[in-house]
Design a protein around this ligand. Structure first.
Ligand code: FES
Length: 49
């Protein structure tokens, strides 16, 4: 549901549509992190975890 932040991963390529509920900060998003539980890939995506 995008609340706890447990699933936070670094996205290294591609774009996602993310609808979270406060589980990630704007600063994290700016650095490239996403919450994998509530992100839908728009195409090919690469992550580090
Ligand atoms: S924010 Fe809790 S599992 Fe993704």
């Amino acid at each position: 549901m995008g609340i706890c932040g447990t699933c936070k991963v670094m996205k290294t390529a591609g774009e996602v549509e993310m609808e979270h509920n406060g589980g990630i900060t704007d600063e994290d998003v700016a650095e490239g992190y996403i919450l994998s539980c509530c992100s839908v890939p728009k195409g090919d995506v690469a992550i580090d975890y």
